[in-house]
Design a protein around this ligand. Structure first.
Ligand code: SAM
Length: 219
């Protein structure tokens, strides 16, 4: 089914997100225009526009639209930024970020997910998204490289290496922190060597697995 075929469900979802406190019109428009139904498994497409997380391959999940919108809004993007995402999953959040920022780089540790997301984003024409495969828990690039960083998996603590890669003046990072089942969504804003920290509430993410994350259950 095309986006047009989902239009009533899309508008219902946009109303729900507005009611839940998503006020950034650019974020609402990005949610409206990125075809979420293309990013969910085929047998769950009829649920793609419900405000729920859905399962992906390899025991991973595509986040609830409200959480995608909340995390995107927290980064306060204007369209000029370079954004790093850790945890590509389906590629949906990266696609939403691509509508809000200049460039998006996203890293996924599971090769199958990374490959599928890359093929899909290429096919849909999201040209300002670059996908890398590997452990993104310590980030990528140099100090101060990123205007914004979004971590879409739960870290044991605030990832310091990622914080160091944020732009010094006003760089923003949003990251779920805490053990599975007891995570808080934390927004950090960097001011030189200091940062402010805001708790955006409880969340439930799969774990960030890697050198600055949790150990791999298979190791
Ligand atoms: N943003 C995704 C989307 O829009 O579909 C949902 C992300 S899913 C909740 C979390 C993802 O983080 C999983 O695909 C998982 O494999 C990945 N992940 C976990 N630890 C990682 C790490 N250290 N580096 C990169 N990806 C990681």
């Amino acid at each position: 089914m095309t986006r047009r075929g989902h239009s009533q469900q899309i508008e219902q979802l946009i109303r729900t997100l507005s009611d839940q406190g998503i006020t950034d019109e650019r974020v609402l428009e990005a949610i409206r225009t990125v075809p979420r139904h293309a990013f969910v498994p085929e047998d769950l497409r009829d649920q793609a526009w419900d405000n729920n997380a859905l399962p992906l391959a390899q025991g991973q999940t595509i986040s609830q639209p409200f959480i995608v919108a909340l995390m995107s809004q927290a980064l306060a993007l204007t369209g000029q930024e370079r954004v790093l995402e850790i945890g590509t999953g389906s590629g949906y959040q990266a696609a939403v970020l691509s509508k809000l920022a200049r460039d998006v780089v996203t890293i996924e540790r599971i090769p199958e997910l990374s490959r599928t997301a890359r093929e899909l984003l290429d096919r849909l024409g999201f040209e300002n998204v670059t996908i890398f495969e590997g452990d993104g828990s310590t980030g990528i690039g140099e100090a101060g490289d990123w205007d914004a960083i979004m971590v879409t998996a739960g870290a044991p603590e605030i990832p310091q290496a990622l914080l160091g890669q944020l732009r010094e003046n006003g760089g923003r990072m949003v990251v779920p922190v805490g053990p599975p089942g007891d995570q808080r969504l934390i927004l950090l804003e960097r001011h030189g060597r200091r940062h402010t920290q805001t708790d955006l509430g409880p969340v439930a993410f799969v774990p960030l697995v890697g050198s600055a994350g949790w150990p791999d259950a298979g190791d």
